[in-house]
Design a protein around this ligand. Sequence first.
Ligand code: FAD
Length: 146
Amino acid sequence: MIYTLTYESEIVKPMSEHEMGNLLEQSRKNNKRDNITGCLIYYMGGFIQVLEGDREKVSALYKKIKMDGRHKNIHMFSEDANVERSFPNWGMAYYPIDANTTNKSEFEQFKRNLLLLADLTEPKHLTAKLFWDRIKFLITNPPKDF
Ligand code: FAD
């Protein structure tokens, strides 16, 4: 069975598309190799990520992620053991939500799509449910600076 965790963090400084592209490329390659699935959301200055896989592999990755200087204030808000994957086909899905880098209508459409996805996805474990609940909360209650 599978171990899963979800955490939230804040960016240290805005990342360019190129920097984000490198991060995703590396993550997708590593996660495929380690059979880790999940989802990474960038939401207006912060990240939320859910990871699923073998316990040792996910814990080792989380240790690396916590030491990564590209973000700060990293805190895990849920974990579960012995569950089924909620993101079996998502090597590392990535959803950027940033009012500063997308035009208003795109941004609004993007938020609607993500809310729809959050409502339609059937979480297979509590950690996935809390992940989607947090996304919904942030979309409907955006941080003050944005
Ligand atoms: P390394 O051999 O350590 O590095 C490979 C290349 O990655 C380097 O040449 C460099 O270009 C780049 N790199 C590594 N660390 C940094 C850094 N701190 N700043 C700038 N460039 C760097 N990794 C995953 O494998 N899977 C994930 O799902 C994942 N999710 C992440 C989510 C967030 C929000 C962040 C900030 C990082 C995430 N990472 C993820 C990256 C992780 O923290 C490590 O950097 C990565 O796992 C190192 O991989 P490696 O040992 O193969 O690479």
